[in-house]
Structure formats: structure tokens, C-alpha cells
Design a protein around this ligand. Structure first.
Ligand SMILES: [Zn+2]
Length: 435
């Protein structure tokens, strides 16, 4: 399986300039190629092949006066940009044909200089890890990196990003072997709570920690202050930077905490079932906001990849399944319950239910049923049978040191003695490459 490892990088001034032009060139190639395909499509012409675009928009473009500067950056960056565009198209076509699960994917869009997140992608021809702990990036130089955690194996690709608050990150994709944990007895159904962050079928509740709630509160306050500043004023610009910084801080802390919680749940349980909230489907409801705030989809993603990695069973329970209406004791369907109803008594068997606890127990029962029927998306069986499933996205990985004796050091020079724990620098979204 592929995992993503993220580290903060500290380019010097000239490296920042080199990276800025690499971001720009990658964007121009993307936009040029996208335009060609869009125009061909509008004119009723066939889809323009990558080989043709590569020749026209990279190789030949470098020889023209208006695109000559493409030659200043690594050719790998330009080729990867085109490849990312191909992936974006493939995802779009697969989504149209119904081959892709989850949210519908739109057609690729033009990139703007003003995008908050800029990135380039490199393969091993254009980057390498140096003995002195720096990372060499072609035409940029040796970047200083904070190695918050050891890479378990030689990386196969590298994405360099700059986020909206001006921080640089290196994100390595590493192929890793699953790390199967010893079996345990317990199973867990999880209800994505509104009052608590999550409620487990064993009755335990997980609340957001106080430091996180405080940070979120501060973010809201800064956002309010920003909205009161006059448009175009210097104070507004300052307030915007403050908001961006706090935003990054909240995202980092929330992700760290999600990692801790998801690791614990996967360790403690042989099978984990969650309600598929299909966050996009909740888009317009009041529930949606709290779900987004709680970062639930990122958390569920972590549970999923950790389940795969550690040989646990994981399944999402259909959101059409009425987890809050059915009595988990007798199976009686007691009818819809408005959100403010936190506790109710079953009309048939008289059991008094805590809304969220009851829901999580139903999720557990439904999860068992799905797995028994062989309909689960992720089953450990498919992994032990050696089928590689490309569906599990490369995920950012938690901070802190890896478990002793579980990592290999294949081909990573200079990293053995360079392990620091509890770094807090990572980027925002958890996707790979361009989506
Ligand atoms: Zn009942």
C-alpha cells in the first residue's frame, strides 16, 4: 500500500524563487494542455493524446519566445503536470461512467496564480535524499527539511507544496508493506456524533480535546474580526494573514488528534464500522456545518487506511440506513427522531436509549451484516490474498516515532540519526497530487 509522509521544508531565498518558477511552469503546462483539450472537445475533435501535448506544449514550447522559460525548470516537473492532468481527466471520465465511488468528480479546471496551494510533483529522476539530510530537487537545489519521522522505505515520488501561509512541505509517497497487528476480540460501531465527536458501540464517548476547541474558537473570533475590516485596507490584509495562520494551526492540531484517536480505535478493535455520512449529500443542512467542522471525512479516511495497513476490517454503513430510528435492543423501528431528541424510549421493548449510543450499536449490527454479505469496501481478506487495491489513497501519516522494530531503512541515507518527534508542520488537505 502507498502511504504519504509529510515534512516541513525550509528553502532559502534563491530556492524559493526557483520553486516559484517551477510552480508557475507546472501551472502553465497544465493550463495550456487543458485549453487544447477543451478546444478540441468544443470543436468536436477527438481527445488530444498526452504524447501530442507533451511534444507540443513542452518540448516545442520551450523553443518559442513566449514559453522559453519552461526550460529553466526540471522537465520532470512539466511531464508530471501533464500526467496529473491526465489523471484528473481519467477521474472525471470514470466518474461520468459511474466507475468511481463517492462524490462526483468534475472536469479539470484551470489553475490560477492565486490558488492557495501551489505544488509540483517529482519522480525519482528529479529528487534524491542526501547524506547530509537535505533533499535534492532538480534545478532548485538541496532543501533543508525537518525530519519529524523516519521514512520507512525509499520514496517513489515527491510533491513539493506551498500553502496559503507561505509554508513549504515535502510529501513523499512510500510503498509500504501492511503491518498486521495481532487479532483482538472487540468490534466497534461508530456514530459520528453531534454532541460528542464520536460515540462507540461500547458506550464510550470521544470529545474533542479542549486545546482544539479553544483553537477553533480563536479562529472564529479572528474570522469575525476580518469581516469587520474595510475592504482593501492594510488592516484587512493583516487580519487575513492571522486567519490563515490560525486556520493552519487548527488543521494541524485537529489532524494530530484524529491520528491519535483513529490509531487507538484500530488497535483496540478487529473490525470498525462507521456511518457513511456522505458529507457532500449534507451540503445544505445545518448538520453539514458541524460535520465539516469536525473534519469527519478526514478522520474516516484515516480509519480506513489504518484498517487496511493493520489488517483490520473496515466498512461504511449506508447513510440511508436509519441508525437513529431503530431500537438496537429489539430492532423495532420507532420512527424519525428530531435532532434535539437526545434520549428516547423504545415504543416496543421499553429500552431507554441515548441517541448516539443507540446509533453506534446499530452501526455495529449493520456493519456485521454488510461484512457477512461480502459487501464491505475494505476487507482484510482481500489484502491477505495479495490483491493490491488502488482505492486506498496515500494518506498523510501521523507524527511521533514509529513503533520500534517495525520499520525498515531500505536505502535511506542519513536519516537514521535524524528522528525528531512531535513536529507540527504539515499541509492542509490530505489528497495526493492534483485532484
Ligand atoms: Zn426496543
Amino acid at each position: 500500500m502507498q502511504l504519504r509522509y509529510n515534512y516541513r521544508a525550509y528553502p532559502d531565498a534563491s530556492q524559493c524563487r526557483a520553486l516559484a518558477s517551477a510552480f508557475g511552469c507546472a501551472r502553465v503546462v497544465w493550463n495550456d494542455c487543458l485549453r487544447d483539450r477543451k478546444e478540441a472537445h468544443a470543436a468536436g475533435l477527438p481527445y488530444v493524446k498526452s504524447a501530442e501535448l507533451s511534444r507540443l506544449r513542452i518540448t516545442q514550447a520551450k523553443r518559442t519566445a513566449e514559453r522559453a522559460w519552461l526550460a529553466d525548470v526540471s522537465a520532470v516537473v512539466l511531464q508530471q503536470s501533464l500526467r496529473d492532468l491526465d489523471t484528473a481527466y481519467k477521474n472525471f471520465f470514470d466518474s461520468l461512467k459511474g466507475k468511481r465511488q463517492g462524490r462526483k468528480t468534475g472536469p479539470p479546471r484551470y489553475k490560477s496564480k492565486k490558488d492557495t496551494r501551489q505544488s509540483i510533483r517529482l519522480n525519482t529522476n528529479a529528487f534524491s535524499l542526501q547524506d547530509d539530510g537535505t533533499v535534492y530537487v532538480a534545478k532548485v537545489g538541496n532543501l533543508k527539511v525537518k525530519w519529524s519521522r523516519r521514512l520507512p522505505a525509499a520514496p517513489t515520488s515527491l510533491t513539493v507544496t506551498k500553502d496559503s501561509s507561505g509554508r513549504y512541505f515535502l510529501s513523499f509517497v512510500v510503498d509500504t508493506e501492511p503491518d498486521i497487528l495481532p487479532g483482538v476480540e472487540a468490534d466497534a460501531g461508530i456514530d459520528l456524533g453531534l454532541s460528542a465527536f464520536a460515540v462507540l458501540s461500547d458506550g464510550s464517548k470521544i470529545d474533542s480535546p479542549r486545546f482544539l476547541r479553544r483553537a477553533e474558537k480563536k479562529l472564529k473570533r479572528l474570522q469575525r474580526e476580518l469581516s469587520r475590516k474595510a475592504k482593501g485596507s492594510k488592516n484587512r490584509a493583516k487580519a487575513r494573514i492571522k486567519v490563515a495562520r490560525q486556520h493552519a494551526r487548527v488543521a494541524d492540531r485537529r489532524r494530530d488528534w484524529h491520528h491519535k484517536v483513529s490509531t487507538q480505535i484500530i488497535r483496540d478493535n478487529q473490525a470498525v464500522y462507521v456511518e457513511d455520512l456522505a458529507v457532500s449529500g449534507l451540503g445544505r443542512t445545518r448538520l453539514a456545518k458541524s460535520v465539516h467542522d469536525a473534519g469527519w471525512s478526514a478522520f474516516v479516511g484515516m480509519l480506513e487506511y489504518k484498517a487496511v495497513k493493520h489488517g483490520r476490517t473496515f466498512a461504511k454503513v449506508d447513510r440511508a440506513f436509519p441508525s437513529s430510528q431503530v431500537c438496537s435492543a429489539c430492532g423495532f423501528r420507532d420512527g424519525p427522531k428530531p435532532l434535539h431528541v437526545r434520549e428516547w424510549t423504545c415504543g416496543k421493548c421499553g429500552t431507554v436509549h441515548d441517541r448516539d449510543h443507540n446509533a453506534s450499536r446499530n452501526v455495529l449490527v449493520e456493519g456485521h451484516r454488510i461484512v457477512a454479505a461480502g459487501r464491505a469496501e475494505t476487507l482484510n481478506a482481500s489484502w491477505s490474498a495479495g490483491k493490491t487495491r488502488a482505492k486506498v489513497p496515500a494518506q498523510r501519516v501521523e507524527t511521533g516515532s514509529p513503533r520500534k522494530g517495525q520499520t525498515t531503512q531500505a536505502g535511506i541515507p542519513g536519516l537514521q540519526a535524524r528522528e525528531h518527534v512531535n513536529d507540527s508542520g504539515r499541509t492542509g488537505a490530505g489528497h495526493s497530487g492534483v485532484t
